[in-house]
Write a protein that binds this ligand. Structure first.
Ligand SMILES: [Zn+2]
Length: 313
């Protein structure tokens, strides 16, 4: 049965509220920059305001539930945010209670990578896959894992932190305090760091380069797409680390499909193809098969609706 839902997608840079149906139809959509400077009360006020605006522009449709997607570690059972490094104002906030009290209807919370996996399961490329993994390659690396048709949450609800699998012992320091995690070796922030290190090495020499101070992953990946050699060295290295990380994941979960999403997946089909080739090369004698494809950002944006649909099963 179709339901009308108020959905939220709360990220470090923007907040999206939408009113839509659990069949994937969107009736209205409001997007604002995340008011991190507003503090806790201010940010909560902003959330309520954006939700009301989305409801108003939908023609005040009657909603039956609220689906909330939020970046960071969340306590899905209680509906609270444990810690969100990019949206510190929501740390410890009981999002489901606040939104459900305000709008007078039940609310449900999910983490962004798990939300994107659910969206792919309900509306995207993973509709027919029972065992698949959505890998979010952004500033950090996270994942949403489906096993036997169900999202795998783990005993503390914290499963899917594949970004903290160590792939180089004594490698670079990770935000989690360990060294050589996949996230420290192959995330967007790692790409930016490799660019800084390459510039550092070239300092004083007269070598010409298109790398610049302060370049982020998007800028480096766009140089790579245009055939730049130094960016090529960086991206080859990152793809190799990603492939090692993906092979580890395949050894543990044996998925039929890996969907690559997050900001870095915008580097395009060539980037995905190189990951695919490197992963298959690394399987060696393991006799494995896995499909690797790019997740669709249009599907990811339906995550709040997909969450409610998924919870109704
Ligand atoms: Zn780590």
């Amino acid at each position: 049965m179709k339901e009308t839902v108020l959905g939220y997608d709360i990220g470090g840079t923007k907040i999206l509220a939408l009113v839509g149906s659990t069949d994937g139809t969107v009736y209205s959509k409001v997007e604002k920059k995340t008011g991190n400077h507003l503090g806790r009360e201010g940010l909560i006020g902003q959330l309520l305001q954006i939700g009301e605006e989305a409801l108003r522009t939908s023609g005040n449709l009657k909603i039956s539930r609220i689906g909330i997607i939020c970046a960071g570690l969340i306590d899905q059972k209680n509906g609270t945010v444990i810690t969100s490094p990019n949206i510190p104002s929501v740390n410890g906030v009981h999002l489901t209670r606040i939104l459900s009290d305000h709008f007078g209807t039940p609310a449900f919370l999910e983490n962004d990578a798990a939300g994107a996996a659910i969206a792919e399961k309900e509306f995207g490329l993973a509709k027919k896959s029972a065992n698949f993994i959505y890998l979010a390659l952004s500033t950090g690396i996270g994942s949403g894992i489906f096993i036997d048709g169900k999202l795998y949450r783990g005993s503390n609800g914290l499963a899917g932190e594949v970004g903290h699998n160590v792939i180089q012992v004594d490698g670079p320091l990770c935000s989690c305090g360990r060294k050589g995690c996949l996230e420290a070796m192959a995330s967007g922030s790692a790409v930016a760091r490799y660019a800084r290190e390459a510039l550092e090495l070239m300092r004083g020499s007269h070598a010409r380069t298109e790398l610049r101070e302060g370049m982020d992953a998007r800028a480096v990946l766009s140089l790579w797409a245009n055939g730049n050699r130094e960016a090529g060295v960086i991206v080859d290295r990152v793809i190799y680390y990603l492939a090692i990380g993906i092979v580890n994941i395949c050894c543990a979960f044996d998925p039929e499909l890996i969907l690559i999403g997050g900001g870095m997946s915008n580097a395009g089909e060539n980037f995905i193809e190189k990951i695919r080739e490197t992963v298959l090369g690394e399987f060696k004698t393991m006799g494995r098969q896995v499909k690797i494809a790019r997740a669709s950002p249009d599907v990811t944006s339906l995550a709040p609706l997909a969450l409610i649909k998924y919870l109704s099963r």
